[in-house]
Design a protein around this ligand. Structure first.
Ligand code: FAD
Length: 380
């Protein structure tokens, strides 16, 4: 077992860190305050190869794997989770095309993502179907050589900025199995009847675009089906089995960034004539944070390595995502505590980390859903 990153991986980590440290600080607070999606930053990140890091070389990507994408996620989220989110979610849905799309779909839809000419989203959640993906009701009905889609999708990342979406729709409502009723269909935003409304006032990751999507008699050709009819539920479970590893890496980034801020503050702030870092209560908080971060990182990296070997392990992925989420939330909480009253006011970056951390325990499967996956794998 080798725990050391290769030279290439260390270089990727360093480059991502330098990019974030060079570009993020100037706009982070403004994008958070104004809920501004950093379009130019995403394009720049694409030009530098961070967006397409794990996409195959034959479609213009860098051809690295899940682990390298995790390293980029970690470093960008460490500097600012909101901006990290905007950049690293720009390809959210590419894995669906790579796993289940045909060659033509891959050739058409992957290269624009790599170049930063397009941003993608995945539309699963609905107003009445969140954790229970099998109850999705947005319907796609065949009419001649087209699907006609009607329905509403909720909380969709990149909803108002994305060029196309992998949308899960009900296509086989009569199938007796709840898990064999859905299909994944690619929908471009310029299709008639498609509308996206930005959701405002999110608690965190406010630089990331989140929207409600409406499909009103949206017509797309039948060749926009991704994968197999009736297999959409299973396709998305396999998809999440991989993308949740990246969410775990986002959590590590937040936790690490929060700890970095806490250490800096604890060293510079003095009380009772001494730096905060000299008090054992503060030292123990840092020690606990660092240990949890290391444990979360080991889980996430192992899950990524297994996925890179072509054997993603859904129990391990769920463990990694849940634990990294909890680590992010706890670390941000303790790091803010170390800042005292200064942590509670807007001028200090730690406040953003505290608000941003919570999303890791919610999207792409809540922490409760991850625990259901883990316990089912153990108990049946
Ligand atoms: C900022 C943001 C971005 C998002 N991006 C996307 C996106 O790009 N695409 C997309 O499709 N969705 C996206 N989502 C939606 C997200 O994935 C869902 O919010 C999440 O899956 C939970 O669904 P829900 O909100 O409907 O909560 P619910 O499913 O209603 O759950 C509410 C609570 O009940 C718990 N619960 C539910 N069922 C069970 C059970 N069986 N046992 C125990 N507890 C249970 C949950 O864990 C949770 O704590 C995003 C959400 C946010 C906030």
């Amino acid at each position: 077992m080798d725990f050391d990153l290769s030279k290439d991986q260390l270089d990727i980590k360093k480059a991502a860190r330098e990019f974030a440290e060079g570009e993020f600080p100037e706009v982070a607070e403004m994008c958070d305050r104004e809920e501004k999606y950093p379009k130019e930053l995403v394009r720049k990140a694409a030009e530098l190869g961070f967006v397409g890091i794990s996409l195959p070389e034959e479609y213009g990507g860098s051809g690295y794997g899940y682990l390298e994408k995790c390293l980029v996620n970690e470093e960008l989220w460490r500097v600012d989770p909101g901006l990290g989110s905007a950049v690293t979610a720009a390809t959210f849905g590419a894995d669906m095309i790579l796993l289940y799309g045909n060659n033509e779909q891959k050739r058409k839809y992957i290269p624009p993502l790599v170049k930063g000419d397009a941003v993608m989203g995945s539309a699963i959640t609905e107003p009445n179907a969140g954790s229970d993906v099998s109850s999705i009701a947005s319907a796609a009905v065949k009419a001649g050589n087209e699907f006609v889609i009607n329905g509403t999708k909720m909380f969709i990342t990149n909803g108002t900025v994305g060029s196309y979406f992998a949308v899960i729709c009900l296509t086989q409502p009569e199938n007796p199995s709840r898990h064999r009723r859905h299909s994944v269909i690619l929908v471009e935003r310029d299709r008639q009847g498609f509308e996206a409304t930005k959701i405002h006032n999110k608690m965190g990751i406010r630089a990331s675009d989140t929207a409600e999507l409406y499909f009103r008699d949206v017509r797309v050709p039948l060749d926009h089906l991704i994968g197999e009819e009736g297999k959409g539920f299973y396709q998305f479970m396999e998809f999440f089995n991989r993308t949740r590893i990246h969410v775990g890496a986002q959590g590590i980034g937040i936790a690490q960034g929060a700890m970095d801020l806490a250490i800096k503050h604890a060293r510079s702030r003095e009380q009772f004539g001494k730096p905060l870092s000299s008090f054992q209560a503060i030292q123990f908080k840092i020690a606990e944070m660092a240990t949890r971060i290391q444990a979360a990182r080991n889980l996430v990296h192992e899950a990524a390595c297994r996925a890179d070997k072509g054997k993603p392990d859904h129990k391990l992925t769920a463990m990694a995502k849940w634990y990294a989420g909890e680590t992010a939330v706890r670390s941000a909480d303790e790091a803010l505590q170390i800042h005292g009253g200064y942590g509670f006011i807007g001028e200090y970056a730690i406040q953003r980390f505290y608000r941003d951390a919570k999303i890791i325990e919610i999207y792409e499967g809540t922490k409760e859903i991850e625990k259901i996956i883990i316990s089912r794998a153990l108990l049946g």
